[in-house]
Write a new protein. Structure first.
Length: 154
C-alpha cells in the first residue's frame, strides 16, 4: 500500500516539542502500577529542561518514585487540519528544597484538584519526541477545545 503525501508523519525537533510543552499545562502521566500501565492527568510547569508537577502520597507518587514514566500531550491545529503529539520519557525526582518549590510555585504550579498535593516532582527527560500529521477526518477533531476561534498560531 502506498502512502499518500498528505499522510506523512512529520517528526518534530526537540525544540519544537519543548515549545508545544510550554504552550499547554495539562498532560497525561503514564506510570506502571503493579505491573500494568495507568494514566493520570496532571497539570505542570516547565522549569529549565524539566517538567514539574505536584501530587499527593498515592499511586501516582509511589509509581513515579520506583519506575520510569512518560508524560504525553497532544493537540489539533484547526486551520492546518493537523494534529500533534509530544511524549517525554524519563524518571522523576522529589523536590525537597523550599526555595526550589517557591520557584516553581511562582511559575503558577497550583494543583487543580482539591486535596493535599504536597509532593513536588520533577520529571527529568531521557527522551523527548513528537510528531505532527494531517488528520484523516478533520470533522472528528472539531471539539470546543479545538475550536479555530480559540487556536493559538504557531
Amino acid at each position: 500500500m502506498k502512502t499518500k503525501p498528505d499522510a506523512v508523519i512529520e517528526r518534530l525537533a526537540p525544540d519544537e516539542c519543548w515549545d508545544l510543552l510550554g504552550e499547554t499545562n495539562v498532560g497525561r502521566l503514564a506510570v506502571l502500577v503493579e505491573g500494568h500501565p495507568d494514566v493520570f492527568p496532571v497539570n505542570y510547569v516547565l522549569e529549565g529542561d524539566s517538567i514539574v508537577f505536584r501530587t499527593g502520597a498515592g499511586t501516582k507518587f509511589w509509581s513515579t518514585m520506583t519506575t520510569s514514566c512518560a508524560l504525553e500531550i497532544d493537540g489539533y491545529q484547526a486551520l492546518s487540519g493537523k494534529a500533534w503529539s509530544v511524549v517525554v520519557r524519563g524518571r522523576t525526582a522529589l523536590i525537597l528544597d523550599r526555595q526550589e518549590r517557591a520557584k516553581v510555585d511562582a511559575l503558577g504550579l497550583d494543583p487543580w484538584q482539591p486535596g493535599s498535593k504536597n509532593y513536588y516532582l520533577r520529571l527529568v527527560p531521557d527522551a523527548v519526541t513528537g510528531r505532527r500529521f494531517k488528520t484523516q477526518r478533520p470533522d472528528l477533531w472539531g471539539t470546543p477545545l479545538n475550536d479555530a476561534r480559540t487556536e493559538t498560531f504557531h
